[in-house]
Design a protein around this ligand. Structure first.
Ligand code: PEP
Ligand code: MG
Length: 543
């Protein structure tokens, strides 16, 4: 039991704070392995029937909530679930000795083999497999969902949350604490964009239990047991000296809701539209038309200025169900981002073509970029595809150390580069961004990252390629000043940080930003670099 006043340290996300009750999210249970039954076939048949009925009810409920278009999909699924032939196939499996859950999963797989090649059926296959999992879960008496409360005010505490988990956050989630996950994890990204105060990589949070009261104090990088709002740590304040920031501040978005919210901020356009976030739970590949419709809506809603759209960055921490990427031992080093061009070229081309349709329909200025580019050839291949598909400015993300050394050779081929510091840190330090014990290496104030960024800004300038930063580091107002001091021409921040980042960048001249950057370079570790930069900023604001 943690005493009142105990301080749990982690890494803060955002500048807001909240005091509320703890809700521990149980880890999502995994399904039991395939197994035989004990010999009572009648009992297995009975439990299969009961589970099918229960899942049907669940589906009916979802259909009611889902509105007309999706309701039809649910109805079709319920018909399949209750299909007599499928039940017969499962019964035959039970007769062969398989328990009810395994039998139903096997039966669905038999169906899948029979209908292989039937494109309509294949499109639905993942949905049907999901049904089979639900039936098996119901038989095993386990829940596959997160079970987050929908009313009240809670700080939810868990190991870490995947993008699909964060999509289930309800209104009742007012604060988030994760035991694992680092400052660049998706929990951090989503919380920052939704202005949910969070502390990640807080290992002592394993001792928090339901019903405790905590203060989530991101500025102080801490969680305080029984803390009050009055105990929060004050954030550094910036006094704007000019109306406009020294470089444009754009917003990062991942949905229509984000685009609308970003429009209410002072963002000058969008510096990163993470398109994969639209498809994290899509079981089937969206058509070109449906993509064009979604993109048009989002482009129309986005804040005035250019909109930088990233083609799908699936894989590793962002699995996209309809893109089968197989199981990889080491997905962060595997086939992800633009490497999908090998097996999913059609999707990337579709995406670029539907973005062109959306560009025409919205009348907006669209820039496109590919994620996870590591070679000159990949960059050239993407540039050619993008220029064939539409009237865009074309760029790449700089997220791997290898591409840093070829930016100069890409002069003329690219219009811009955008640095993804989340992944660049991961690959520069060989430190998995999902690993909580490596959070310190992912701190953007690490001197090696600062020097890598300095080099990227300089070579881009020499090559005549416009450069920006869109990783989470650009959401830290003091760090954004350092980036401007290095020579980057824009930053893109989480939408909730746009105001404060603009303020910081309006409180200094370009020369002063350079002084802050040079001060940061005197640090031999991340803490020293940050303190030196903050001291330089404080001295400037005292002038
Ligand atoms: C990055 O890696 O910094 C980035 C912006 O991309 P993501 O966080 O979506 O991987
Ligand atoms: Mg990235």
């Amino acid at each position: 039991m943690l005493d009142s006043g105990t301080i749990l340290t982690g890494m803060g996300v955002g500048l807001g704070s909240v005091a509320a009750e703890v809700f521990r999210v149980r880890p999502v249970a995994s399904l039991p392995k395939a197994a035989k039954h004990s010999g009572d076939e009648a009992l297995e048949l009975e439990s299969l029937k009961t589970a099918i009925a229960a899942v049907s009810l669940e589906m009916n409920d979802l259909a009611e909530k889902a509105g007309e278009t999706s309701a039809e999909i649910f109805e079709a699924l319920i018909m399949l679930l209750e299909d007599e032939e499928l039940f017969e196939t499962a019964s035959a499996q039970i007769s062969q000795g398989w328990n009810a859950g395994t039998a139903f999963i096997n039966a669905v797989e038999e169906y899948a083999d029979i209908f292989a090649g039937d494109t309509t059926f294949e499109e639905r296959l993942n949905d049907i497999r999901d049904l089979a999992r639900r039936v098996a879960a119901s038989i095993a008496g386990i829940s596959l969902g997160l079970d987050i409360p929908t009313t009240g005010r809670f700080v939810i505490v868990g190991e870490d949350f995947s993008p699909a988990d964060t999509a289930q956050f309800t209104q009742a989630v007012v604060g988030v604490v994760t035991i694992q996950g680092g400052p660049t994890s998706h929990t951090a990204i989503i919380c920052r964009s939704k202005s949910i105060p969070a502390v990640v990589s807080c290992q002592q949070a394993k001792d928090l239990v339901d019903g405790m009261q905590v203060l989530v104090d991101p500025v102080g990088d801490r969680v305080v047991v029984d803390g009050q709002e009055s105990d929060i740590t004050e954030a550094l304040s910036f006094i704007a000296k000019s109306e406009d920031p020294i470089i444009p501040v754009r917003a990062n978005i991942g949905s229509l809701e984000d685009a609308i919210a970003a429009s209410a901020s002072a963002a000058e356009g969008v510096g990163l539209f993470r398109t994969e976030l639209l498809y994290l739970s899509a079981k089937t590949q969206p058509t070109k038309q449906s993509q064009a419709t979604s993109y048009t809506e989002i482009l129309k809603a986005a804040p005035a200025g250019p909109i930088v759209v990233r083609t799908i960055d699936a894989g590793s921490d962002k699995p996209v169900p309809f893109l089968d990427m197989g199981d990889e031992e080491n997905p962060a080093l595997g086939v992800r981002g633009f490497r999908l061009i090998e097996n999913h070229r059609d999707f990337i081309v579709d995406q670029l073509e539907s973005l062109e349709m959306a560009r025409e329909q919205s009348g907006r200025e669209v820039w496109v970029m590919a994620p996870m580019v590591s070679t000159y050839s990949e960059a050239i291949e993407f540039a050619a595809l993008a220029r064939e598909s539409g009237n865009f400015k074309v760029g790449i993300m700089v997220e791997t150390p290898s591409i840093v050394y070829q930016i100069a050779q890409l002069a003329g081929a690219l219009d811009f580069i955008s640095v993804g510091t989340n992944d660049l840190s991961q690959y520069l330090f060989a430190a998995d961004r999902m690993n909580p014990s490596l959070g310190a290496m992912l701190n953007p104030w690490q001197p090696a990252l600062l020097r890598a960024l300095e080099q990227i800004a300089a070579v881009s300038q020499e090559a005549g390629v416009s450069s920006g930063v869109c990783g989470e580091s650009a959401s830290d107002p003091a760090f954004a000043v350092v980036l401007a001091g290095m020579g980057f021409q824009s930053v893109s921040s989480s939408r909730s940080q746009v105001g404060i980042v603009r303020q910081a960048l309006s409180s200094v001249t370009k020369e002063q930003a350079k002084e802050v950057f040079e001060a940061a370079l005197t640090g031999l570790d991340a803490d020293q670099a940050k303190s030196a930069a903050l001291a330089a900023l404080a001295a400037i604001s005292a002038k």
